[in-house]
Write a new protein. Structure first.
Length: 120
């Protein structure tokens, strides 16, 4: 699927996905590159998004609605080492877009794991 011609992969709460494809990397507005994922959230949901990568510096951006719209959260290294964690209570109901990005440029991208969990 795509939003505004930007390729986006869908995921659901509880999903943990591995991606190693670099052709899905999209250039983001700040010049960095990332792969985009979308999930549906409800206002008030407490969610935890984790991105782990062994060969590059993981970086997460979360938007509401469409990519490059309203930024809800960003994180670089809150999980462990250079891995990223966003833990947040969602402010709106609707689609959220995640960028799983490389903090230090697309030449450093590679395999990574991303998970989205709904906390009780
Ligand atoms: Ca990082």
């Amino acid at each position: 699927m795509s939003i505004d011609d930007v390729p986006v992969r869908s995921m659901q709460y509880g999903a943990s996905e591995f991606s190693s494809s670099q052709q899905n990397m999209t250039e983001l507005l700040d010049g960095s590159f990332g792969e985009l994922w979308v999930f549906d959230g409800q206002a008030g949901d407490r969610v935890e998004i984790i991105m782990r990568a062994t060969s590059f510096d993981a970086y997460l951006i979360l938007w509401f609605g469409t990519p490059f719209g309203e930024v809800i959260a960003v994180d670089d290294d809150s999980y462990a080492g250079t891995d990223a964690l966003i833990a947040i209570q969602l402010p709106y109901t609707g689609p959220y877009v995640i960028a799983a990005a490389a903090a230090n440029g697309p030449e450093h991208s590679g395999g990574y794991r991303i998970s989205v969990k709904l906390l009780e």
